[in-house]
Design a protein around this ligand. Structure first.
Ligand SMILES: [Zn+2]
Length: 247
């Protein structure tokens, strides 16, 4: 709770940033996952003269701004409802690799990127959530541009940046992070077919945050994030509301 206290008891209240895309018809989902649907079941003035609305929605776990629970790629690891709530609040670290991604849509964040960041900003704190800022958020919600393919329903044709397996390994073994996040559809690069970053991160009981919005508004260091997923019992992932608290 010290993070929450320090975020809330400093002289000025923190500036809040909503790092979440809305869920709607055009929300981008992983290929072959059913998209988000929302249907009004009641909408208007009732016979009793008062206003009443209600609706229903359905969604795949892995679409829009969502959390990947450790059980997604880690056998016997935590499901969404088993992640302790204190793990869902963490110091945020942002690695801006937009320049490299601009010239290479298959760019993979490297261990060199991590050590260069640490030389400038200090050691990545234990228990942090480490965000990769690729710049891909500017392409949202253009599905073909964002997934880097003229055939975005074919997962073998995707191109967008992601973490390298070595960087993921460094973060979980050398820095004991709580999770990683990215402004693309996957923490693995789009062309990956065997998802080593997911396997390493989830295997270490850490979580992923994908399709993170407005990541360019978070500072490289100093912010706190709260990432609160829908508490689906046994869930492999869930829609998540992510809020950045910037002092
Ligand atoms: Zn996912």
């Amino acid at each position: 709770m010290s993070l929450l206290l320090s975020a809330c008891t400093s002289a000025a209240p923190p500036h809040l940033i909503d790092l979440t895309y809305p869920f709607a018809e055009d929300t981008i989902y992983w290929p072959m996952n059913k998209p988000f649907t929302w249907e009004k079941t009641a909408w208007g003035t009732t016979q009793g003269g008062y206003w009443y609305t209600s609706a229903m929605f359905s969604t795949s776990e892995h679409g829009g701004t969502h959390l990947d629970a450790p059980i997604h790629f880690g056998e016997n690891r935590r499901a969404v409802d088993q992640i302790p709530v204190e793990d869902l609040m963490a110091r945020a670290v942002v690695l801006d690799v937009r320049a490299a991604c601009r010239t290479n849509p298959d760019y993979e964040l490297s261990v060199d990127d991590l050590t260069a960041w640490e030389a400038r900003h200090g050691r990545i704190p234990t228990g942090a959530v480490v965000f990769m800022l690729s710049g891909w958020g500017a392409k949202w919600p253009d599905r073909s541009a964002y997934l880097g393919s003229a055939t975005p329903d074919n997962p073998r044709t995707l191109h967008f940046p992601g973490f390298s397996a070595r960087a993921a390994d460094y973060l979980v073994t050398q820095r004991a992070i709580r999770g990683v996040g990215i402004d693309t559809a996957s923490i693995d690069p789009g062309r990956s077919q065997d998802f080593p970053v997911h396997r390493i991160v989830n295997g270490a009981n850490a979580y992923g945050l994908e399709n993170v919005a407005a990541l360019d508004q978070l500072p490289a260091v100093g912010a706190t994030v709260m990432a609160l997923p829908m508490k689906i019992k046994g869930g492999t992932g869930a829609p998540v509301r992510i809020v950045g608290l910037v002092p």
